[in-house]
Each structure stands twice: as C-alpha cells, then as structure tokens.
Design a protein around this ligand. Sequence first.
Ligand SMILES: [Zn+2]
Length: 417
Amino acid sequence: MKRLFDEKESWTKEERKTRQDQSLSRMVKLGYKKSSVLKKIFDSHKINPAKIKTREDLEKLPVTSREKLVEMEMQHPPYAGLENPSIPIDRIFTSPGPVYEPHLSEMDYLWARAFFAAGIGPGDIALNAFSYHLVAAGLTFHNGLRKVGATVVPSGTSSSQIQVQLIKDLKVTAYIGTPSFLMSIIDKSKELGYNFKKDFRVKKACFAAEPLLPWLRQTFEKEHGIATYQMYGATEVGDVAYECSRKSGWHICEETIVEIVDPATGKNVAPGELGEVVVTRLNDIFFLLRFGTGDLSLLITKKCSCGRTAYRLAGIAGRVGDAVKVRGLFIAPSQLKLLSGKFEGLPLQAVVSRKGHEDVLTMRLEKSNIQVGTTIWENNFKKLFKEICTVKIDNIQYVEAGTITSERKLILDERQW
Ligand SMILES: [Zn+2]
C-alpha cells in the first residue's frame, strides 16, 4: 500500500528547499508582471522582484494580516488586485470581513494530503459536514476527498438528525467537520436509541476550523472508536498543515511556505520558538505573499516516524494578541493550560515583571495537594515548563489552595511600557 500521497512528502530538506525556492521565485516574477498592486508593494519597498529567490528573502516583504487584506480589497475589489487576470477563476469564496478569495484551481491538491494521511481513500464514504454555502470549506474539502478517491456525502450543515440518518443509511465510514458538531451528532444518535460505535461504521474523523480539545479527542477515540485527525488552513491560503497517524504535530503542506515570525518585526524566530504563522501559498493565481494568520505556533524540525519529511507545526497555541513576550520569547495562555493539565489541573498564573532591564517570570502555583512544592515535584514542573513554554522560570511562588480563581488571567503582565 502507498504510504505517502506523493514523492514530495519524502523529499530531503535540501530538495524541498530548492524546489520551493524555484516556485517562489517564479511566483514573485509572475505576480510582479500580472498584478499592479503587488508591483506597487515591491516598488514602494524598493525591492527588486528578481532578488526574491529564496524563502529567506521573503523577510524583505511585509506580512499581510487579514485586516490589511480587507483594507486592500476595499481599495481594489474584489481580490485586492492580487489576482492573475489572465487565468479564469472557477469560483469565488467569502470569509468574514468580508474578504473574497478566488479559488485556486480544481487541479489543486487542497486537503488531499490531509485526507490521505488520515487513511481516507477509495472505499470510504465520507460525510462532509462543512458548509457548502458561500464559504470555502465545503467545496474545497469535497475536492480533496475526491482527490483521494473517497465517495462524498455532501451533508453540509444539515441538522444532526439528518446527519445520523445519512450515517446509518449510507454506511458512512468517515466524518469531516468540526469536533463539536460530531459530538452533537453522537448525542443525537444516543437520543434516537443508537449506539454510535456498534450500530454505525464511522471510524475516522478529520477536523478543522475549531480546536480539538484533548478530552474530546479521547472521548471520540476511546468511547466511540473513531481515529481523529486535525487539519489546519485558512480561506486566504488554502490548506497549510495536517496531522499524520503519529499525532505529534501537523506536517506542513508541500505547496506552502510557512514562516514562524515575531509579529512585531516580521522576522523569523529560531526553530522551536513560538511566533505567528505566516503563510505563502505557491501558486500562479492569487499573489498573496506572507499572509499573517494571527495564529501562534512553533516549528518541530525533528524527523517524524511516519516517513514524511516536512517540518511540523506544534498545533496552535492561541492568537497573537493573547500571548505575552518574556525575554524575547512568547508564552501563550494555551501553553499554560496544557501545563496545568499535566498536573491534574493545577491552578496557576504566570506573572511577568521587570527588574532593571530584565524581564522576570514568576509562576504562582496553588498548593492543591501535598506533592506540590516538594523538590522532586518542583524540578519536574520546571522541566515540563521549559519543554512546553521554552522560557525559563525565575521564581516560583506557592499560594494557598483557592487563591487562583478561574476569573484570574493566566498571564499577568505587570511591566510598565
Ligand atoms: Zn508524520
């Protein structure tokens, strides 16, 4: 059986870089020629398009946020003047803003890599419970499912009762949608007197558009026998990353260049550090270079045992605005939640202050049980903190149980700016 979707997924680091650099250079040259808006951006920053030859050169260009794109689209409707006028566009999507995006092409592999990695293929009957209406999700996921040979039930956002009916009548084997909707479908099936695991055949689920909470994942996998996979993308740039069967990070799609940058400077951070996910999709239709997603993540460069060589994103740690920078490194509330979960939901709070010119990170921890505060416990806590948050703790302050209430901010920034 084929282990990978195509040979690109096993390219060496050097091979991938060379090919992607070539595609990028081609895209920039074509964009400069075809899009007067892109030409203006280059000219105003005094950048010669011929000088953008590698992914490192992208740093010379500004990051375009969703807000900025909306602004640009208002000035040059409908696509901000970033499209290639010589290529017919097959469909137009919208996302909140409103932002309009030309669909790339039906030939594109959008989401197919993700479905392949989830083991979906010929013989699968996939229920696509994403909206087919205005937004990109439904139709692009549909195309991806067809690319791997699955039969699609385009159920869209029909009621959970109808979804249960379709799953039962059509012997659906895979679910594509949000985790919360799958949960309500399962609840509805119980209400109708079914046992989801025994009575139905749904064994795989691919999720997007919503975070998959660890307890929910466990419920799907353990209780309902469904293998779950996360997918990540944005309407503006298509699919960006997807989970493989190892479920330890999301492989970056071969058609995209992903940078992890410091949102304040637009410069790449070191591998393993938290930053904003910035995406450039290599294509010749929509010349959106360096799209700033506003999502925070970090890059895993270690090899994955699945055989795919593409670097992985370590999930999404939150939105840029929620994170706080300590000694040049971001910490996000989601990282602290993850850490708390590793210690039986230990109530905690990070306090960032300043001593002279130095940032000081103090962790306030509740003495919720007798182990908390012992040397062994503390060393273990510090070690896991460093692993999850990258930053080192300066002080630990133990407080009485019940002091850190859920209304308190997970990160308290006491620095004066
Ligand atoms: Zn993998």
